[in-house]
Design a protein around this ligand. Structure first.
Ligand code: CP3
Length: 357
């Protein structure tokens, strides 16, 4: 069998020319799949899946049994890192994540556990080891964390706030405390992601879902600076790093200074526009609007064609949605999308090869 480094996904990350564009789907294991809902109901909820390596492995593999995708991503959540801080995470149906404690004050920061015992999240490492065995080198496995900024917004709010009232107030009134919290979360995240790497993941993804709340210098000072610290602390300096950011349009200057392999983007900017603005520095992951999956087969094909057309010079692209797939999507539309990408992408990849000779 080919070494994992020769897999399409890893070649695309290195911007090598390939025959077709690899694809996977953010949140590919999840509520749009009836077999996921089934297992979740049987096991008593989302956290019971995440905390059980056998089930987490099984769920990771579910979308791969249905679809021919080019990567797996370990089934877990960016917020499980709270377990290392002695903070209990739970999920209530339709309410999103809820923590039993928040970190809003110097006192609550000091009360947080400080030995950061990674064995608290052993279940994630066991799930990674088990999944790697099951995949037996056929496709890569992505491990992930949230960016310290994105995780901190949840730890400050204590739930899935869409308003971020406390966070915004703290940035302007208690900047030093915010930086202290970010420093701690960065420390925990470094240990957590390094152990995921030791457990066998082939690439790491850093989700900065709420980085878009920050503008200009704040985006660097409160988010990117800490992502860079993580990147510079990885025990394997060759492991590919994918950084995911929404609404990247007004962040190009800062993004251009980053030292990551791939930037994952949402659909608020064209792939080609982003590639040009970043001078082809990064491989790009994305960015089909998830609602395209509600359209007809013909319209999905047209949207995929248009996306490749817009990207034009198609090296270093990993096809994905711009944001995670939602529960209202019919899985048969995912099959249509995968077929469309496999059918349409080769002619764009040939164009790259021809341009190179
Ligand atoms: O992509 C995958 O298949 C891997 C698993 C994965 C989950 N969450 C599982 C999950 C990944 C990579 C994440 C990342 C994550 N988690 C992010 C960043 C990516 C993004 O979507 O922007 C964020 C912000 C979270 C935090 C989180 N987890 C929220 C706000 C919620 C509730 C809202 C929602 O989207 O459901 C979750 C729950 C969650 N994480 C579910 C899944 C499958 C749904 C749980 C359920 O079955 O009810």
């Amino acid at each position: 069998m080919q070494p994992i480094s020769d897999h399409l996904l890893l070649k695309a990350i290195r911007k090598e020319s390939i025959d077709r564009t690899p694809l996977w789907i953010m949140r590919q294991a999840g509520r749009y799949l009836p077999e996921y809902i089934d297992l979740k109901n049987k096991s008593g909820g989302f956290m019971n899946l995440v905390n059980n390596p056998d089930l987490a492995c099984q769920i990771t593999l579910q979308p791969l049994e249905r679809f021919s995708l080019d990567s797996a991503i370990i089934f877990s959540d960016i917020l499980v890192v709270a377990d290392m801080l002695g903070i209990q995470l739970s999920f209530e149906e339709n309410k999103g994540p809820i923590f039993d404690k928040t970190i809003k004050t110097e006192k609550s920061l000091n009360e947080m556990k400080r030995d950061y015992d990674i064995s608290e999240v052993r279940y994630v490492f066991d799930a990674i080891e088990q999944t790697k065995k099951e995949l037996s080198g056929k496709i890569p496995l992505i491990g992930f964390i949230g960016s310290p900024w994105t995780v901190t917004t949840y730890l400050i709010e204590g739930n899935s706030s869409k308003v971020f009232e406390n966070v915004k107030k703290m940035i302007s009134e208690e900047r030093i405390l915010v930086n202290d919290i970010l420093t701690e979360i960065t420390e925990v995240s470094i240990r957590y992601i390094n152990q995921q790497i030791k457990s066998g993941v082939d690439a790491v993804m850093i989700f900065d879902t709420w980085g878009g709340l920050l503008q200009d210098n704040d985006f660097y000072e409160l988010s990117v600076k800490y992502v860079e610290k993580i990147k510079n602390s990885l025990t394997d300096s060759n492991i590919p790093v994918i950084y995911y950011i929404r609404e990247p349009k007004n962040k190009i200057n800062t993004l251009n200074k980053m030292d990551v392999d791939v930037i994952g983007i949402d659909s608020t900017i064209g792939l080609g526009e982003f590639r040009k603005a970043t001078n082809n520095k990064f491989a790009v992951q994305g960015n089909l609007d998830k609602d395209t999956l509600k359209l007809s087969e013909k319209e999905i094909h047209e949207a995929v064609e248009q996306l490749f057309e817009e990207y034009d010079f198609n090296t270093g692209h990993i096809f994905n949605l711009g944001t995670g797939i939602t529960p209202d999507i019919d899985p048969s539309k995912v099959s249509i999308l995968i077929d469309a990408v496999k059918e349409i992408s080769p002619k764009f990849n040939r164009k790259v090869k021809n341009a190179e000779v």
